[in-house]
Ligand binder design. Structure first.
Ligand code: AVI
Length: 330
């Protein structure tokens, strides 16, 4: 990652700041309404908190998707393979627990498997490689350090092989519709006829269920949201008082998305020393930190079609809370 030579923080020494972080924070806090991008959540502590979120009783997404994969992994692999040998690539290296179900189904079918996790983080990829090669004999892990939001360049395939790309975990929901469309088109551009994409998406459901998933009783999601400010304190020498901000989740029905915000409890000024920036907050003013889009039945198939895939199959749970859809390149 690129780092900028930013002025040293007055009084305390901030960590080296990535140019990407500096630009995103400067732009987002100057915007009206204020916003910060959700990728800033995932420092070491944020990733730990996200893992805890996936185990919360209110956060139905992970266990529902896992139940769909557990019930249908064999059928998913067979549909993607169409009688050929498969290679599996995965966008993001973090969902190993659910991925394991698909990798095991592929091993049961073809004995060995090349698995290519794609992530911007070399350390996340190293951890995935170590874990998967240890836990699933027969899988050869070939990590790819890459920002897949800018397209996908994977290894050449052998004659007769097909590639299955996994994009599970509802991660597509954290992109605005236009960004999601671009991302899917970028994936499509990196695939050949016969290859496919398996997409995990969260569906619209009762407001109370959606809201509870993003505002849990134990306060883990609140801590996850607030940790972003802690990160800015550490990396940008900022002086956010975490007690002076609160967590808010909103179901925006018109946009079909859960929004997460940080709410300033009072009128205050925050200094971001490494950016030589002071930011004013009015009491009640918010920073919009995340969108998590929820889809109506049929919408994921439309997204796949618009990106150049042919919807081939989809699987859901008995409540129709979550869907896993297969799009093929015809
Ligand atoms: C990673 N992503 C799919 C999660 C979601 O549900 O949108 C991130 C998250 N934000 C709050 N809780 C979980």
């Amino acid at each position: 990652m690129t780092t900028t030579a930013l002025p040293p923080a007055a009084g305390r020494v901030a960590e080296p700041v990535s140019a990407q972080t500096a630009l995103a924070v400067r732009t987002g806090l100057a915007a009206q309404p204020k916003r910060l991008p959700p990728w800033l959540f995932y420092d070491h502590e944020g990733s730990r908190l996200f893992d805890r979120i996936t185990e919360l009783p209110e956060y139905y997404l992970t266990r529902t998707e896992r139940s769909i994969l557990a019930a249908h992994a064999g059928a998913m692999i067979a549909q993607a393979a169409q009688g050929s040998r498969l290679r599996i690539a995965e966008l993001g290296a973090g969902s190993a627990d659910k991925t394991r179900l698909l990798l095991a189904a592929a091993i049961a079918r073809q004995g060995t498997l090349d698995y290519e996790p794609v992530d911007v983080s070399p350390s996340a990829l190293d951890a995935a490689r170590e874990r998967i090669e240890r836990e699933i004999p027969g899988v050869r892990v070939c990590p790819r350090v890459m920002d897949y939001t800018h397209g996908l360049e994977l290894e050449e395939m052998h004659e007769g092989e097909r590639r299955l790309v996994l994009y599970i975990g509802s991660s597509i929901g954290n992109f605005d519709p236009e960004e999601a469309a671009q991302l899917l088109q970028g994936v499509r551009a990196g695939l050949r006829r016969g290859d496919s994409l398996l997409l995990g998406v969260d569906l619209v459901k009762e407001d109370s269920t959606l809201l509870a998933a993003y505002d849990d009783r134990a306060g883990v999601t609140a801590a996850f949201n607030l940790n972003l400010l802690h990160r800015l304190n550490r990396e940008l020498g900022a002086d956010f008082n975490l007690e002076a901000f609160g967590h808010r989740a909103v179901w925006n029905r018109a946009e079909s998305r859960i929004e997460m915000h940080l709410v300033s409890r009072l009128s205050q000024r925050v200094r971001l020393a490494a950016l030589e920036l002071d930011v004013e907050f009015a009491a009640g003013e918010t920073i919009h930190t995340e969108n998590s889009f929820k889809y109506l039945p049929g919408q994921p198939e439309t997204m796949l079609t618009e990106a150049g895939f042919t919807p081939a199959a989809s699987w859901s749970d008995p409540n129709r809370w979550f869907a896993v859809c297969l799009g093929r390149v015809d």
